[in-house]
Write a protein of this length. Structure first.
Length: 201
């Protein structure tokens, strides 16, 4: 099992490339609505996690999210995946015969969040690239069912942070996202040899 970890990754050219792409992306506000800090804190709390787990929902709390999504055109998506694969292979984060598929995007403004979920229906290893405009004001709360005894928090640095984790069907990786600042999230699923980028995730 690949536990959640920060990735030591220093590639200023790639970060500049990501900055340019996300800043020009179309922002789809499909899950943006009126919300509050109190709502966010309640939905990412230990109590909310225990409630969802008690209901037997091993996937996610449907609709439990307040954020915008970044939409890229087909050309931009391909360019982002190509550049990310080159950068992560160069850094030894993925293997030469592996590839990447964009698995999720998010634009989290102040007090935006994504509630507890596992994504276990589409297992595999993920790399998430997060950009925050304040130090320690956003991050990930997480809990490995079957391994953890309590929830943990991993805070974002200012600028870009890179994380890797495995989505396990047998032992779900519960996680939620919170932001007290402006936070961009761009996720990739690592594809093994023979897997197609266009496959549904």
């Amino acid at each position: 099992m690949v536990c959640l970890s920060s990735v030591v990754f220093n590639d200023r050219d790639f970060e500049d490339f990501l900055d340019a792409k996300v800043d020009l992306a179309f922002e789809d506000s499909y899950t943006m609505r009126e919300h509050s800090k109190e709502e966010m804190q309640g939905r990412i709390s230990d109590e909310a996690l225990h409630e969802i787990m008690a209901q037997g929902d091993k996937q996610r709390a449907t609709g439990d999210v307040v954020k915008s999504r970044l939409d890229f055109g087909d050309v931009e998506r391909t360019e982002i995946m190509d550049r990310a694969a080159i950068a992560f292979k160069k850094a030894g984060i993925i293997q030469p015969d592996q590839d990447l598929r964009i698995s999720g995007t998010g634009n989290y403004r102040e007090n935006c969040y994504m509630g507890w979920h596992t994504n276990r229906a589409s297992g595999g290893t993920r790399i998430y690239c997060n950009r925050a405009d304040q130090e320690g004001k956003s991050g990930l709360r997480y809990f490995y069912e079957g391994y953890s005894t309590h929830t943990r928090v991993m805070l974002d640095d200012i600028g870009w942070s890179f994380r890797i984790f495995k989505v396990d069907h047998v032992n779900p990786f519960w996680h939620s996202v919170f932001s007290y600042c402006n936070r961009i999230s761009l996720g990739f699923r690592i594809l093994e040899k023979g897997e197609c980028r266009e496959q549904k995730h």
